[in-house]
Structure formats: C-alpha cells, structure tokens
Design a protein around this ligand. Structure first.
Ligand SMILES: *[C@@H]1O[C@H](CO)[C@@H](O)[C@H](O)[C@H]1NC(C)=O
Ligand SMILES: *[C@@H]1O[C@H](CO)[C@@H](O)[C@H](O)[C@H]1NC(C)=O
Ligand SMILES: *[C@@H]1O[C@H](CO)[C@@H](O)[C@H](O)[C@H]1NC(C)=O
Ligand SMILES: *[C@@H]1O[C@H](CO)[C@@H](O)[C@H](O)[C@H]1NC(C)=O
Ligand SMILES: *[C@@H]1O[C@H](CO)[C@@H](O)[C@H](O)[C@H]1NC(C)=O
Ligand SMILES: *[C@@H]1O[C@H](CO)[C@@H](O)[C@H](O)[C@H]1NC(C)=O
Ligand SMILES: *[C@@H]1O[C@H](CO)[C@@H](O)[C@H](O)[C@H]1NC(C)=O
Length: 383
C-alpha cells in the first residue's frame, strides 16, 4: 500500500511538473503553431509544449530553447517570439519557406545567447534591436535575402564570438564606432567576421582592426569594397583566414601582412592591387595563397615560393611573374596545385629534380616557356 502510494505520488509529481508550461510561453508557442506550416507532428499531440513538443526545451516551466533547423517550416516570423523572455537559444535555420522580416521584437529576448536564422528566406533589413541582446555569443543570419546596411548597433554585442552575415544583399559601409554610437571594431571577442557575398561598399575602415581583437576568420570576399587594404589588419595576430578577393581594392598591400604568422589562407585575387607582390616570407603556416588578377609590378618569382613549408595551393593567374619558374616550388612537402597561367615566365621549365608526391596539377598555360624538362617522378597534370 505504502509503495503504491509512493508510486502514485511520484507519478503525480512528474505529471504535474511536466504539464506546467508557463502560460505565457505556452500561448506564444500555440500561436507559432497556428501561424507556421510544417511544424512537427508532436506539436499537434499535446497542448503542453514543455511536455512533448519536438524542438522545444524548457527549464522550470519556461521555454529556454527552440531548435527547429531543417523542419520544412513555412510562414513569417511573428513578433510573438519576443514573448519567450527566458529563451536562451533560437535556431530556425535552413527552413527556406520562412520569409518576411526578422522581427525587431527578437531584441526583447534579453537572455538569448544563440540566434541562428541561416539558410531561410528572410528579407528586408536586419533590425537594429538585435544590438540589445547583450548576452549574444552566436549570430548567424547568412544565406537569406537581407538588404539594407549592417546595423552599427551590432557593435554593442560585446560577448559575440560568431558573426555571420554572408550571402545576403547587404549594402553600405562596414560600420565602426563613432561619436554617434557603437561599431564592429568593438567586437573584441569575435573570432568570425563572415560578410562575404554581399554588396558592401566603401573602404575597409582601418579602425575596424586592432591588436586586442581575437579574429581568426575575416571573410569579406565578393563585395564591392574599394580603397586600400588597411595596415591595421597586420595587428590581428590571431588571424588564420583572410579572404578579400573579388572586390575593387587598390593600392599596395601593407608590408606588415607577413607579421600574421598564424595565417593559413590568404586570398587577395580579383582586385586592382598594385605595387610589389606581397612578401610572404615567414608565414610558415600558409597553405592556400591566391593573388591572381591584380595589377602588381612585374617581378621574378619571389623567394617565398620555395620556402613556405605548408603550402598546398599556389595561385597567381594573370599575374606579374617573369623570369624562370623556380624548381623548388614543386618539391615543397605539401604542395598539390601550382596555378600560374597567364604570367610572363620565360626560359626553360626544369622539373627534373624532386617533385612532391602530393602534386596533382601544374598550370603554366600562356607563359613564354621555350622548353620543358620533366623527370620520371611527375605523372600528374601539366598544362
Ligand atoms: C534551470 O534554471 C535554473 C535557474 O532558474 C538554473 O540554475 C539551472 O542551471 C537551469 N538548468 C539548466 C539545465 O539550464
Ligand atoms: C547597447 O546595449 C545596451 C545595454 O545592453 C542597451 O541599453 C542599448 O540600447 C544598446 N545600444 C544599441 C545602439 O543597441
Ligand atoms: C533570395 O536569395 C536567393 C539566393 O541568393 C535568390 O536565388 C532569390 O532570388 C532571392 N529571392 C528574392 C525574393 O530576392
Ligand atoms: C609584428 O608582431 C610583433 C609581435 O609578434 C609586434 O611586436 C610588432 O609590432 C608587429 N609589427 C607590425 C609592423 O605590425
Ligand atoms: C621578405 O621578407 C623577409 C623577412 O622579413 C626579408 O628577409 C626579405 O629580404 C624580404 N624580401 C624582399 C624581396 O623584400
Ligand atoms: C583575369 O584577368 C584577365 C586579364 O585582365 C581577364 O581576361 C580575365 O577575364 C580575368 N578573370 C576574371 C575571372 O576576372
Ligand atoms: C630529393 O629528396 C630526397 C628526400 O627528401 C633527398 O634525399 C634528395 O637529396 C633530394 N634530391 C634532390 C635532387 O634534391
């Protein structure tokens, strides 16, 4: 009897604990269920989101997480979401059927640390109210149809670790702080600035970079940025990937770039850069380099062609190179691709020495090479 009573009590307490979704949170979720298509089946089976709704996580009857990535959701984002005041994580990513504006009421979610809306079809501007989410560490708005400018208020997100705005149709300049308010130069904790494939314009502000930042990825490729590359980028010693390709950058590359000795990938291709080809000596972790389609001054192959121990891909197509192709580049221990078509290399191409086992492709089309010596070691593609 006592055991039965204990069992009943236990069952009752579990039942009670689980049926207590905070009424306000429950109302918000029921309204989302009514507005959206494609919500999970489990949302129809019970009236109590915290009990059994897929993708809903709760703590003490409050909804703390909504994880609804790749559910096939359709519809628009209602301002009701702003009522989930204990929400810590919101992930609606990869639901291409979600469209319309990102609700400014997301700015009410004061406990939010993770906001992922990537891969949907959200349009219109990024609400500046997102700058009020002072605990936010992860913000991914990439691959939507967002327009307008990057709100300077995002510079307020002092805990932000990840900022991904790539693959939208954002315009205007990259905002930095001024007398009028914050800017992205204040994001000292950020490791990722992914702004690639937008329509950002103006200069890359030199104020954007500082030695107390912790950036590892700066992806600005595929925009309409002009002006020169600010030398302040050489101060961000944590940097591992720098992609500035496919913009309208001009002037010389700042010489202190080779201070960035953690760099793995450097892509400056398809700009209008001039002056000397950058000296990458000492950037021993580099494995991918592309500097093609610029306007660098004619030069013999620089020494670093033969000295970067981690290089896998060397690309300088439509480049400024003349003289002979240094044989040593083919024996770099990791080298896989050497793509140097449309330069002005002349004389003889000598590949009779050591050739790296990994080497798969050498493209020297449209140079002035008069004769070729190939040893027995190289059996992959030579164009
Ligand atoms: C649940 O919320 C309480 C405070 O209300 C907090 O102390 C606890 O860490 C939370 N639990 C989880 C698993 O987040
Ligand atoms: C910056 O954050 C503070 C506190 O989190 C907030 O009061 C203020 O409105 C925010 N400023 C902007 C421009 O978003
Ligand atoms: C949204 O963006 C996608 C991919 O960038 C594009 O194919 C589509 O046409 C855009 N839709 C609108 C309405 O702009
Ligand atoms: C290069 O890096 C060193 C520290 O590694 C730093 O002291 C120096 O100021 C940097 N030089 C330039 C030109 O940025
Ligand atoms: C390239 O940089 C290295 C190291 O800073 C230096 O020793 C070398 O002289 C430079 N090469 C040229 C051509 O300036
Ligand atoms: C690279 O530059 C060459 C010569 O200026 C041009 O013919 C070619 O179309 C360019 N390639 C791209 C992808 O812009
Ligand atoms: C080729 O590489 C091997 C092993 O790294 C080395 O022993 C040999 O001296 C090299 N030969 C030439 C011609 O550089």
């Amino acid at each position: 009897m006592r055991r039965l009573l204990l069992f009943l009590l236990l069952a009752l307490s579990i039942c009670v604990a689980h049926s207590l979704t905070n009424p306000q949170d429950a109302a918000v979720l029921r309204s989302l269920k009514d507005q959206w298509g494609g919500t999970p089946r489990s949302w129809g089976r019970s009236d109590d989101p915290c009990a059994a709704w897929e993708g809903v996580a709760c703590n003490n009857s409050r909804v703390t997480s909504l994880g609804l990535s790749t559910m096939g959701l359709t519809g628009t984002m209602s301002g009701d979401l702003g009522g989930l005041s204990d929400l810590i994580s919101l992930d609606l990513s990869f639901n291409p059927g979600l469209r319309g504006s990102i609700s400014p009421r997301l700015g009410d979610l004061q406990k939010l640390t993770i906001l992922i809306l990537a891969g949907c079809s959200f349009s219109n501007t990024i609400p500046s109210e997102l700058g009020q989410l002072s605990d936010l560490t992860f913000l991914a708005l990439n691959s939507n149809n967002l327009t307008g400018e990057i709100p300077p208020s995002l510079g307020n997100l002092s805990k932000l670790y990840w900022l991904d705005l790539a693959e939208n149709q954002l315009r205007g300049e990259i905002p930095v702080s001024s007398a009028y308010g914050p800017g992205l130069d204040q994001l000292k904790k950020a490791k990722h600035f992914h702004f690639n494939k937008n329509q950002l314009s103006g200069e890359i502000p030199s104020q954007l970079f500082n030695s107390d930042m912790s950036l590892i990825h700066v992806l600005f490729d595929g925009n309409q940025l002009d002006g020169s590359i600010p030398s302040t980028i050489g101060l961000v010693e944590t940097l591992e990937v720098l992609r500035l390709d496919r913009n309208f950058l001009k002037g010389s590359v700042p010489p202190n770039l080779n201070n960035l000795t953690n760099m793995i990938e450097l892509n400056l291709a398809h700009n209008m850069l001039s002056g000397a080809l950058p000296n990458l000596t000492g950037m021993d972790t580099l494995n991918y380099v592309d500097m093609g389609n610029n306007s660098f001054k004619k030069t013999a192959a620089p020494d670093w062609f033969s000295s970067l121990p981690s290089l896998t891909t060397l690309m300088i197509e439509y480049g400024p190179l003349e003289g002979s192709v240094p044989q040593e580049v083919f024996s770099l221990p990791q080298i896989q691709q050497v793509k140097l078509r449309n330069n002005a290399f002349g004389a003889k191409l000598d590949m009779s020495g050591n050739v790296s086992q990994q080497l798969q492709l050498i493209d020297l089309e449209n140079n002035d090479i008069s004769s070729v010596t190939i040893g027995s070691e190289y059996k992959s593609t030579l164009l």
